[in-house]
Design a protein around this ligand. Sequence first.
Ligand code: FES
Ligand code: FE2
Length: 402
Amino acid sequence: MAKTAKEWIKTPPFPTSHFVDSRIYTDETLFKEEQEKIFNKSWIIACHESELPGAYDYRTFSHPGGAPLIIVKGEDLKIRTFYNICPHRGNTLLYDPVGNAKRITCIFHAWMFDTKGNCVEISRSKQGYQDRYTCENASLREVRTEIGYGGFVWVNVDDNACTLKEYIGDSMSMLEEQLSMPLEVFHYHKAIVDTNYKLWHDTNSEFYHDYMHYFNRATGMMQPGYFDRKYTGYPNGHASVGSMEIKYDAYQGSKARSVGWPGLAPGGWVLIDIFPGMTFNLRTSVLRMDTAIPLGPNKLIIEFRGLGLKSDTPEQRAERIRDHNFIWGPFGRNLHEDLLGVYGQGKAMREGTDSKWVIHGREENSTIHDEVGMRHFYAEWSKKMNRPAFNPLGDNKLTQAA
Ligand code: FES
Ligand SMILES: [Fe+2]
């Protein structure tokens, strides 16, 4: 065997927590199990309250566990979530991604529901059902919904899951003050990428890949404080990365940000990863929120939202939008680089080579280039899946002592 081939297949010289089997990014069966054991049991961000400003506003949402959902604001201004499925014969109820509907009428046989999920009309009810079945017997299926941590709308399709507060624990404490005032979404786009959702979350959990971002190298990596940023892991797989001051003017064509954020030091940057695929990224003047919604093991929707303060003046808002687009807009400085990083990653390695492993072995005192954030994630993944990430299918023989 050629030397290089041996190098590719032998077990890395690390403890088993420091590498994973590359099939966790490609295997269909594991993906279905992740939907059931991870996504269908976790609190997931469906949208932000500012995207449903008025009564009867709704958004549809593809839940990463597979269920189609409707998020709707009732006439009582409470936000509720329902399956986007008619209780009669299972037709889709709402088709548009965004809209306003006082009544939700199924196009199939015209059953009608209000925004609290009650059935308010069954067409030709008496004639067909007499008194055997009435509106009392039908309703939309509600999904647990909580608003929190910056006004995001969180859903959990598991009726028996813990509360959102218990799920998040202390992991959001670094942003408590910064997220305590009303926020507003000013930017939304989504990318559909050939990759696994975990690989995207990895880019938000390790900063070693700042080597890919020329902008971050100039404004971050080469600045004091960068290598002092520490990872802190929290229960349920969440993690935060300490703050630092970004020197925006260290990059030609960029300048110090004139608009800041209440409670954040000038030029400050705080990042918090929420398991299994959401990231709060507050960088000086803009909060970016990523939500990973896998469509399969190698197909991912990433929803990107940019937020400012609801109280912004038009000038402040324009500045935030400019700052956002410069770094994180689809044509901005950094985002497409991250997308290039993950495009094809995992699948190509597994199916295009004989490699078995993806390495998470950097140790640097839990600071910014340490891969402890990824290891923390995969420890939780292994616990939820009841399968070790280095041996998820139970058939790996380690080829050298771990
Ligand atoms: S399936 Fe909706 S009314 Fe029949
Ligand atoms: Fe990045």
